[in-house]
Write a protein that binds this ligand. Structure first.
Ligand code: FES
Length: 110
């Protein structure tokens, strides 16, 4: 059995914040300690726990099955619950979806 060493490190994460439905938005940047085995969804949850209790994003199955947590992370469309973390991340709502708030989308592609 292979043992994977988990490391903690400081990450800089920019998250798109908006009231949704066509409202203007802007990136907010957070610096936080994360673990190398986290997903991007774990990072969003940590930001909400630490500093932004109203940060909106989708989290359901957390297994990559429901496909409701799409977002654009560092320019690529990914499922946040299965996407590995990086030291610097930009997280914004997935394109072609209605943005309900922040990176929370209506999980029906337009
Ligand atoms: S929460 Fe279901 S696929 Fe990410």
């Amino acid at each position: 059995m292979q043992v994977v060493e988990v490391q903690e490190y400081e990450a800089q994460v920019s998250v798109w914040r908006t009231d949704g439905d066509g409202a203007d938005g802007a990136f907010e940047t957070y610096v936080l300690t994360i673990c190398s085995d986290w997903s991007v969804l774990n990072v969003l949850q940590q930001i909400r726990r630490d500093t932004e209790p109203d940060l909106a994003f989708y989290a359901a199955c957390k297994l990559g099955l429901c496909t409701a947590c799409w977002a654009i992370v560092n320019g690529a469309k990914v499922l946040t619950c299965t996407e590995p973390v990086a030291p610097e991340m930009t997280i914004e709502p997935a394109k072609n979806y209605r943005v309900l708030r922040d990176v929370l989308i209506e999980p029906i592609e337009r």
